[in-house]
Design a binder for this molecule. Structure first.
Ligand code: 3HC
Ligand code: NAI
Length: 715
């Protein structure tokens, strides 16, 4: 037997175990090993049944994504061809029981569905997340899944990519039993019992009872396509997954498999697949901080204290208790504390009403948050997160106080979005314990945290922060301490360029629509209104944007501020807002823009979508190249991860730097040089972009050459 798959016989049951850490992916050797083991199990007279399980932390988490990546870039075979293996398992004369713990995902679930029975522990997850990688299930999952759970559920699983919890999987017919004791032991007992009842054992591929009639299914496919278009806008794979499930319901099994294979290959060749696999590995590489070795000791976080019960403090408190970390929530004013707790309660009530939490669970979570006005018990906290107003003096005062009331090994974090972590750290005696934890709003929902490394932040504190992000189910990206850190720093040139476009003749809704049609979750004017026109105004002053002579400054945004049109919160900003916060274009704004432009002598002209996209996105990319070269981001892919998880950048375009690679850095550099010539200083090309363009290289290659590449394919 190969080392990747082990085989033993115990009490009449052949135990096959996949042992391919970390997640038992179906890498070369694993499918072959399983097939050998099945052959052996069938031929051994001392085994009456078979149990297949995964060693370590999980069952099988799918095909090896490294292999898929190679194939997507035309450098490999295209993932494992499991057809023969799955058929072999189904045809086994002895009952094959799949014993699932951890996750059975993608090819893992496809493998499990070829077994005659499936049992799982109660916290197992089963799903077809392939759409998140820009592909569809490619090992007959679109053919077997509807046979087990019905067409409607299969569509929902393959389009959303969301896994089912064991209990849901049992109810849907994907599992035969949930076991409470030792998984393999109980699965073996189950298998023995089935063997004693005798065969033949049901083959999933021969089942038709849940496939429904053409008439019943027509509306399901139409609804599935509608959901795919709405919830996974502009993505190819979810629609192709529906096509493949339709094939399952209308064609014989083998033909359906052929159709699936063809659709899978089409997805694998797409740019979306390359981009999404890039995003997958990018997300996994952020925790690998170049000079912080894996073995670095992290501080244990058993309790957190949060200062400031406003928008961010309340959200961070929820994120912590949702991860099982009890919280002391301190504010300086009773009304602010009450309002923060009321917001938290309201949030949990909404979750209960949507069926996400039971009332008991919501109650337990709220009870883990202790509201207070003083520093009582702060000496028991392992982490403090400061989330008071964005005011440097106030933050410094708080850090000086916190320094005195916490234990020396307590990590002190600030949620500042613009201020210098080093300045804040200078107020206390242990700058090495200070770090920025820049959560995004709403903090209990948004996945991104920028972990801001100050000049003295210790490696242990960074390891604690990256570990904490993971524990909170977030993506923590370590960034340097520059103005605006990485995300906001590169957002401002993008936002201002959009404003210049509007001053030259475009409208906010035209720019926003161009951006959302292209794939952004929100247009930049809608973002500005949501964050608050006053916030950007303050940033412009604090960060001294436009202090350099000769650099054009946006004119209308300041006028909005002066008019008190601060965005959603005042019912008007770039847009006017109805009761339900729907943005409505406002003729008054258009008048203001045109008047301002006329006064400033800015000529008006129609702007094309292409110019809107190039100018706004290339401004983002150029600043990204500056940030990368200056070392405030470790990798180009870190910028991609930040933009996908914090700024609504479409994951299927891979993030701004990956997108730049797909356009070609030479092309982008060429356009920026032209913009520089036409529009002056703000378009100064980033030296790194110039260098890479001249060398015909990509940002991915730049990451790889420095040993920072997240991916298998370097190009
Ligand atoms: N192939 C190769 N490597 C994988 C992998 C896979 N399917 N899944 C995870 N890994 C690697 C990660 O890159 C990471 O490597 P690293 O330590 O070198 O960075 C390591 O395993 C651990 O991964 P996570 O940090 O994500 O670990 P978690 O415990 O947080 O999560 C998980 C585990 C839920 C399994 C998560 O890794 C995950 O969602 N994996 C992807 C699952 C997936 O998409 N499966 C479908 C693959 S496509 C497919 O099967 C096609 C088929 O239809 C033919
Ligand atoms: P907020 O105004 O909603 O809340 C601030 C809270 O701090 C208020 O409840 C206030 O009473 C409290 N506070 C003020 N002084 C205090 C003191 N001395 N001791 C204890 N509590 C005190 O502000 P918000 O939006 O929550 O922002 C907080 C921090 O988070 C700021 O630094 C901001 O830049 C940052 N941030 C904000 C984001 C947002 O979208 N709102 C996003 C990311 C970071």
């Amino acid at each position: 037997m190969s080392e990747l798959v082990t085989f033993t016989i115990q009490d009449g049951v052949a135990l096959i175990q996949v042992n391919n850490p970390p997640v038992n992916a179906l890498s070369p050797g694993v499918p072959e090993g399983i097939e050998d083991a099945i052959n052996q199990a069938e031929s051994r007279p001392d085994a009456i049944a078979v149990v297949l399980s995964g060693a370590g932390r999980t069952f099988v988490a799918g095909a090896d994504i490294h292999e898929l990546e190679l194939a997507a870039w035309g450098k490999g075979a295209g993932g494992p061809d499991l057809h023969g293996l799955l058929q072999r398992i189904e045809d086994c004369a002895k009952p094959v029981v799949m014993a699932i713990h951890g996750t059975a995902l993608g090819g893992g679930l496809e493998l499990a569905m070829a077994g005659h029975f499936r049992v799982a522990v109660k916290d197992a997850l089963l799903g077809q997340p392939e759409v998140n990688l820009g592909i569809i299930p490619g090992a007959e999952g679109t053919q077997r899944l509807p046979r087990l759970v019905g067409v409607e559920k299969a569509i929902a699983m393959c389009v959303s990519g969301k896994p089912l919890k064991a209990q849901e999987a049992l109810a849907a017919g994907l599992l035969d039993a949930i076991v409470e004791g030792d998984l393999v032991f109980d699965a073996a007992a189950f298998a023995r019992e089935r063997a004693k009842r005798g065969g033949p054992y049901a083959k999933t591929r021969e089942r038709h009872d849940k496939l429904g009639s053409q008439q019943q299914n027509a509306s399901l496919f139409a609804a599935g396509r509608e959901t795919a278009r709405k919830t996974r806008r502009n993505m190819l794979a979810p629609l192709k997954a529906v096509d493949a499930i339709e094939a399952a319901a209308t064609l014989p099994f083998q033909e359906g498999c052929r159709r699936e294979r063809k659709l899978f290959a089409e997805c694998l060749e797409s740019d979306q697949c390359k981009a999404l696999i890039h995003a997958f590995f990018g997300e996994r590489s952020v925790a690998k901080v170049p000079d912080v070795p894996k073995e670095t000791r992290a501080f244990m976080v058993h309790k957190a204290a949060i200062i400031g019960a406003g928008t961010m403090g309340a959200g961070i408190a929820m994120a912590c208790v949702n991860a099982g970390i009890p919280v002391l929530l301190k504010d300086s004013k009773q009304e602010a504390l009450d309002s923060g707790m009321a917001n938290i309660r309201r949030n949990y009530e909404i979750s209960v009403s949507r069926g996400r939490f039971t009332p008991e669970l919501a109650h337990q979570r709220i009870a883990m948050i202790h509201p207070q006005l003083d520093f009582a018990d702060f000496d028991s906290a392992d982490l403090v997160v400061e989330a008071v107003f964005e005011d440097l003096e106030l933050k410094k005062r708080i850090f000086a106080e916190v320094d005195k009331v916490t234990k020396p090994e307590c990590v002190l974090a600030s949620n500042t979005s613009t201020l210098s972590i080093d300045e804040i750290a200078s107020a206390c005696s242990r700058a090495r314990m200070v770090v920025g934890l820049h959560f995004f709003s709403p903090a209990n929902v948004m996945r991104l945290i920028e972990i801001v490394r100050g000049q003295s932040t210790s490696k242990e504190v960074l390891a604690t922060a990256t570990g904490l992000a993971k524990r909170l189910s977030k993506v923590g990206v370590v960034v340097g301490n520059c103005a605006g850190f990485v995300g906001n720093r590169i957002m401002f040139p993008y936002m201002y360029e959009a404003q210049f476009l509007v001053e030259e003749g475009a409208t906010p809704e035209q720019v926003d629509k161009t951006l959302t049609d292209w794939g952004m979750a929100m247009g930049i004017f809608a973002v500005d209104d949501m964050a608050g026109i006053d916030v950007a105004w303050r940033v412009r002053r604090e960060l001294q944007h436009f202090s350099e002579p000769g650099v054009r400054r946006p004119l209308v945004a300041d006028k909005l501020y002066e008019l008190g049109r601060l965005g959603q919160k005042t019912g008007a900003g770039w847009y006017r807002y109805s009761e339900d916060r729907k943005a409505v274009p406002d003729p008054e704004i258009l008048r203001l823009i045109r008047q301002t432009a006329a006064q400033a002598g800015i000529p008006q002209r129609p702007l094309t979508s292409q110019e809107i996209l190039e100018r706004s996105l290339y401004a983002l990319i150029n600043e990204g190249a500056h940030v990368l070269e200056e070392g405030f981001a470790s990798r180009a892919s870190d910028i991609d991860v930040i933009y996908i998880n914090g700024y609504g950048f479409p994951a299927w375009r891979g993030g701004p730097m990956f997108y730049a690679d797909t356009v070609g850095l030479r092309n982008i550099y060429g356009r920026i040089v032209e913009f520089h010539r036409q529009m002056g200083a703000r378009w100064q090309p980033a030296p790194l972009l110039k260098r890479l363009a001249e060398q015909e290289k990509t940002f991915r290659a730049f990451d790889a050459e420095r040993g920072m590449g997240a991916a298998t394919v370097r190009s």
